[in-house]
Design a protein around this ligand. Structure first.
Ligand SMILES: [Zn+2]
Ligand SMILES: [Zn+2]
Length: 310
C-alpha cells in the first residue's frame, strides 16, 4: 500500500476517504481540513485570542495541539465538574499536556458555584437530567471565563460525527430553530457572549483518534460516565452504519446542509430577544438566566435539607 501523494510506503488508510497516506501526508491532510474549516466558516485569525475548552478527551486535546502547531494564540480551559480522583487525574493529564505544548491552562472549578456539589450531585438534587444540566453549566462557565478574561473566541472540540449526528437528530424531529443554529460558528450577539467555533467540524472522529494516537497525544477514552445512554449516540451509531455501506455519507450529509441551509431553512420568525440576566448580567431570554435560577433553586433545596437534618 503506497501513499497516494508521495508513493512511499503508506502508514495509514483513511477508511472514510479510501485514502492510503504516509505519516507525514496524513498529518498534512488532517491539518488542512482544520485550516479549511477555519477559513470557510471565518472562525478566527492569527491575531485573535483563542480559548480552547479542554475536557481531556481526544477531540479537545487534538484541536488545541493543532491550533498551537498552526501558530494560533490558543490557550486552554479545563472546567472541574466535581471532585475526586478521576477529576484530579484528568486535570493532571491536561496540565502535563499543556506544559508539553507550552500552552497556558486555566482551571475553573464548577463546584464553587454549586455550593460545593459536583454537577452530577446538583443535577440529582434538582431532578434534572445529568447530561443537559452538566452541559448547561459547562457552556455557562466556558462563556463566562472567556468573556471575563478577554478572549475573542471560544473553541470546542466537536467533530464531524458529533455535528452530523446532532443535525440528524434535529431533522428527525424537525426542530427548525435547532437546525438553524447547528452551525459551526455562533457569532457574538451580546456583549457578554463570546463567539463560539468548532474547527474540527470537517474531520471524522476516526481520523482524530488516529491523529492523537500517531502523535502520541494523551487523552482519556471516556470522559463522562453519564454520556453512555445519550440519545446523540444513537444517531451517531445510525450514521456510522450508513457510512459502512456508503463511504463518505456523513461528510456529504453535513456538507449538503452547509451548502443548502439558506435555501431550505430560512429564519422567518422574529429572533427571540436577548436580555441580560438580572443576577449575573450574562445573556438570557428570560429575566434571570437558567444558571442563576438553578443556583437559587439549589440553595433553597439545600437549606431545606439542612433544616430537616436538624
Ligand atoms: Zn506521503
Ligand atoms: Zn444569570
Amino acid at each position: 500500500m503506497k501513499c497516494k501523494i508521495c508513493k512511499k510506503e503508506a502508514s495509514v488508510k483513511l477508511k472514510h476517504y479510501n485514502l492510503p497516506l504516509c505519516e507525514e501526508h496524513f498529518y498534512e491532510f488532517f491539518e488542512k481540513r482544520v485550516r479549511k474549516a477555519i477559513g470557510k466558516f471565518k472562525m478566527f485569525s492569527k491575531e485573535d485570542k483563542i480559548l480552547v475548552a479542554v475536557s481531556g478527551g481526544k477531540d479537545s486535546m487534538v484541536i488545541w495541539y493543532v491550533l498551537k502547531k498552526l501558530g494560533y494564540k490558543a490557550e486552554g480551559l479545563f472546567i472541574r465538574l466535581g471532585n475526586g480522583v478521576m477529576i484530579d487525574r484528568t486535570q493532571e493529564i491536561i496540565e502535563n499536556f499543556a506544559e508539553s505544548i507550552e500552552g497556558k491552562l486555566i482551571v475553573e472549578d464548577a463546584t464553587k458555584y454549586l455550593y460545593g456539589l459536583s454537577t452530577f450531585e446538583a443535577a440529582r438534587i434538582l431532578r434534572r437530567s445529568t447530561c443537559s444540566f452538566c452541559g448547561m453549566v459547562k457552556r455557562y462557565l466556558m462563556n463566562k471565563v472567556a468573556v471575563e478574561m478577554g478572549y475573542d473566541v471560544l473553541v470546542t472540540g466537536h467533530n464531524l460525527d458529533d455535528e452530523a449526528s446532532q443535525l440528524l437528530g434535529n431533522i428527525l424531529h424537525w426542530q427548525k430553530g435547532y437546525i438553524l443554529r447547528s452551525w459551526p460558528v455562533l457569532e457574538k450577539t451580546h456583549e457578554k457572549f463570546v463567539k463560539k467555533v468548532k474547527p474540527l467540524v470537517l474531520n471524522y472522529e476516526d481520523d482524530i483518534r488516529l491523529y492523537a494516537e500517531m502523535k502520541k497525544i494523551p487523552f482519556l477514552r471516556e470522559t463522562c460516565p453519564f454520556s453512555i445512554g445519550a440519545t446523540s449516540k444513537i444517531y451517531k451509531k445510525m450514521l456510522l452504519t450508513l457510512e459502512e455501506e456508503q463511504r463518505g455519507a456523513i461528510l456529504s450529509f453535513y456538507m449538503g446542509y452547509v451548502r443548502e441551509k439558506d435555501k431550505f431553512f430560512k429564519e422567518d420568525e422574529e429572533p427571540v430577544e436577548i436580555k441580560s440576566c438580572e443576577v449575573c448580567g450574562y445573556p438570557t431570554t428570560s429575566n434571570v438566566c437558567y444558571f442563576c435560577r438553578s443556583r437559587q433553586k439549589l440553595k433553597v433545596k439545600l437549606e431545606k435539607r439542612q433544616k430537616a437534618e436538624g
